[in-house]
Write a protein that binds this ligand. Structure first.
Ligand code: FAD
Length: 383
């Protein structure tokens, strides 16, 4: 079903039309094959970069698309409905660019942003470690300061685009202070001593590479530090607020794709002499799926409007991530149910959508961590 959208300008409507067209032609047709083979579609990102889709939410003054989050997120949703791994990759790239855009010095921005905004490079955002996922303040990979810069040691885990990215936005320990001892660095992929691990073998999102990144005496010149020493955790969390909106939009795209497929199937498939959609048990299941999907979309858009108007939105971003990803999990599971046995085999995309929905409840803060963020903001409303 073509989703009816509220957009702020004619330009935005044209953009969404273009995105739907490209996603139908270039993404939907290739997704299943790449997910099966686990190959990374680097050329797809080049194509999206060429038409300006990799840098949509950044200001035109720095080479971005100048789109508000309400538009950028709806673009992500349309992409995710055809190929979730690609939409996740776009969202991760945005996350990786954020620190230089928001905290870089004018010299760093002049040097780094033209490449980052070119659409030809792809970023990775590396916060997690094997023992420090939900609790990033526990991270141990470190950088030690010397006369000319920093030397990085240790292993980062779960890096989306690990081994494929052109640059890495990395958070490293620069002092023992748990909260103020982490710093953010920009690391080019070809830096000596930066070594990618073997890609993880995953339940879903297989065309999106996830790998450890090893830092073996990696020298980082002083000007690779983004923000001030010790500011890293604040930088990381501010990027994650926006990133969580991206994941919420991806989840809604996955849910919409599952809903659309299930409705189509239920109209065709007949039992007891009529289409299964006419059995109330199935019709109501589909109605609940539609309600969850539309409510999730409204929730992420409400949070995006707050961000676009410059108001705090940390709590709303966590609510959007929680609501949208739980909706995606429920809707995709029910889509499998609507298809019956056909839902459980690889001939139909709903089992893949269900596997893709699961990761949205886990990364960029599990949904338990979203509840933690929401409850903290309820306890201290000024947060
Ligand atoms: C496919 C994939 C891609 C990823 N991409 C990236 C990436 O690009 N960059 C990056 O930095 N990271 C990435 N991650 C890491 C991801 O963000 C973490 O896996 C996630 O934050 C959870 O951390 P963890 O796996 O260490 O789980 P743990 O922190 O070990 O949590 C285990 C369980 O305990 C729960 N839990 C933990 N603490 C609490 C608490 N205080 N209260 C209640 N429940 C709690 C969790 O919700 C979870 O259910 C990726 C992960 C995956 C699987």
């Amino acid at each position: 079903m073509k989703v009816e959208r509220e957009l702020p300008s004619r330009e935005a409507y044209e953009l969404l039309e273009l995105v739907r067209d490209v996603a139908e032609r270039e993404l939907r047709t290739r997704a299943a094959h790449f997910e099966d083979s686990g190959r990374f579609p680097r050329d797809t990102f080049r194509l999206l970069g060429d038409i300006g889709l990799l840098t949509l939410p950044f200001g035109e003054d720095i080479g971005g698309g100048g789109q508000p989050y309400t538009v950028y997120l709806q673009v992500l949703e349309e992409i995710a409905a055809r190929w979730a791994a690609v939409a996740v990759g776009m969202s991760v790239h945005t996350l990786a660019c954020h620190p230089v855009v928001a905290y870089g010095t004018p010299d760093q921005q002049a040097e780094l942003l033209p490449q980052m905004m070119s659409g030809h490079t792809l970023g990775a955002y590396s916060l997690s470690e094997a023992h420090a996922g939900s609790d990033p303040a526990a991270l141990r990979a470190s950088a030690t300061e010397g006369p000319h810069g920093w030397t990085a040691q240790g292993t980062k885990a779960w890096v989306t685009h690990g081994g494929q990215a052109d640059f890495y936005t990395v958070f490293l320990r620069t002092s023992p202070d748990p909260r103020n001892g982490i710093s953010c660095f920009h690391v080019e992929a070809d830096t000596a001593g930066l070594i990618a691990g073997v890609p993880e073998r995953k339940m879903g999102l297989r065309s999106s590479p996830t790998a450890e990144m090893h830092f073996e005496n990696v020298f980082l010149p002083a000007d690779r530090l983004i923000g001030t020493p010790g500011q890293g955790l604040a930088v990381a969390l501010s990027a994650l607020d926006a990133g969580r909106l991206g994941i919420a939009a991806v989840a809604v795209g996955i849910a919409q794709a599952a809903l659309d497929y299930a409705v189509g199937y239920a109209q065709e498939r007949e039992t007891f002499g009529r289409p299964v959609i006419e059995h109330q048990g199935v019709g109501f299941l589909l109605a609940d799926m539609a309600a969850k999907t539309e409510a999730a979309r409204a929730t992420y858009l409400a949070a995006a409007r707050r961000k676009d108007s410059g108001r705090p939105y940390t709590r709303q971003a966590s609510i959007a991530k929680l609501v949208a990803t739980d909706a995606a999990m429920a809707v995709t599971t029910d889509a499998v149910q609507v298809l019956g046995g056909a839902g459980y085999v690889l001939d139909h995309p709903v089992e893949r959508l269900m596997r893709e929905a699961k990761i949205t409840q886990i990364f960029e803060g599990t949904n338990q961590i979203q509840r933690l963020v929401i409850s903290r903001h309820l306890a201290v409303p000024t947060l």
